[in-house]
Design a protein around this ligand. Structure first.
Ligand SMILES: [Zn+2]
Ligand SMILES: [Zn+2]
Ligand SMILES: [Zn+2]
Length: 370
């Protein structure tokens, strides 16, 4: 893939970020939100960290630049900030094998063993890894069109594994990839053998013509697998901007068109994997909850914000977007109450949350199941 494919994401990422910022600023937050985590300081200032569902197929959270995407990008870029060059491996599963990779157990096993292989034979012992489940829409190549419900996403199962690690130029990259391809080929053949064996076992008890046909098909597919025919891409980038774009690209959502079977299979599947770092080795400032109240800070007082549990959005909650002094992070200030003065020129807007609209939107998402 050309570099430009990865560079395009910085535009869509900005666009998605702006979309969420505007929705939050206006109080008309995306419907998937379950509410907010409330924070308060000793000085009585109240803040809200608005929560979104984060589902890959949510029409809002699936957007490039959504809060969940921003979160992934922040985590990954902190991990890789000391990388000189960044290498990028994409392991594609051949189309005739994909239906057999529709299993959380196999997906996990394949990833785990592949990472072990990289560690042992390639000395890649630190990196980040994430599956993409679907490719881009064949019609619009990801820019959004009618046939993909403007999601830009393809609708056929197309798992491929992305791995980022510290690495640069590799001389004779095909030669370098060969042992890995051999290993993948062996893995996939073995996986097909398990299927073939179960047919053989079945035939021992009960002769069934259909099973024979099925077995033939499985053997055919197995025979197509070879290291030479596998698609494994390696590339690398050497600037911070390009590194950032790779991270944004790998961490984006790809399962954007709702499909109930995929949803069930991937339920609670841990997709992002970070390997080789010790716990706490990298300070994750994105998760840093020890923030001081920016309002008190302006008056020279340090009051830490204490965050509470998730709260549902009640009527008559008003919010105001406030830029903090220090970190540049936006704080959402909230006040509750029926006081209409809250909205009069003070910058507060009512926080809207329409439950019946939520139901309608989800029904629409589900009915778009192709
Ligand atoms: Zn959502
Ligand atoms: Zn499309
Ligand atoms: Zn305060």
């Amino acid at each position: 893939m050309e570099n430009t494919t990865y560079d395009l994401i910085s535009t869509s990422y900005q666009k998605g970020k702006l979309y969420f910022n505007n929705r939050i600023k206006s109080g008309n937050i995306p419907i998937c939100s379950a509410g907010y985590v409330k924070g308060s300081c000793k000085g009585g200032h109240q803040f809200a960290s608005i929560q979104f569902c984060g589902k890959e197929y949510c029409p809002d959270c699936s957007k490039d630049g959504s809060p969940i995407h921003q979160r992934r990008v922040a985590k990954w870029s902190e991990k890789t900030k000391d990388y000189g060059n960044m290498g990028y491996l994409v392991v594609t599963i051949p189309d005739y094998i994909r239906p057999f990779m529709f299993s959380r157990f196999i997906l996990r096993d394949f990833r785990q063993k592949l990472l072990r292989k990289l560690k042992e034979d390639y000395k890649i012992d630190k990196g980040l890894c994430r599956y993409h489940w679907f490719g881009d829409c064949a019609n619009c190549s990801g820019s959004g069109c009618l046939s993909c419900n403007d999601t830009g996403s393809g609708d056929f199962w197309h798992p491929h594994l992305n791995i980022l690690f510290e690495s640069g130029y590799i001389k004779d990259v095909e030669q370098w990839l060969l042992p890995l391809k051999k290993w993948i080929s062996q893995y996939l053949k073995k996986m097909m053998m398990v299927q073939i064996d179960s047919c053989t076992r079945f035939l021992k008890y009960d002769f069934d013509g259909e099973i024979l046909v099925q077995m033939d098909d499985l053997i055919n597919r197995k025979n197509q697998i070879s290291p030479e025919s596998l698609v494994v891409d390696y590339s690398y980038v050497n600037t911070d901007a390009k590194k950032m774009n790779r991270i944004k690209y790998v961490t984006r959502s790809t399962f954007r068109i709702y499909n109930v079977d995929v949803k069930k299979e991937l339920y609670n599947f841990r997709n992002s994997v970070v390997f080789g770092w010790k716990k706490g080795e990298v300070q994750e400032s994105f998760d840093d909850t020890s923030q001081n109240c920016p309002i008190c800070e302006q008056n020279g007082i340090m009051h830490q914000i204490k965050w509470n549990i998730l709260q549902k959005i009640k009527p008559n909650t008003y919010i105001k977007n406030e830029k903090s002094t220090g970190t540049g992070r936006n704080y959402i200030r909230i006040i509750t109450g029926t006081d209409a003065d809250n909205t009069n020129g003070s910058g507060y807007v009512p926080l809207l949350h329409n439950r019946s609209a939520k139901k309608i939107q989800w029904n629409k998402v589900i009915s778009n199941n192709i």
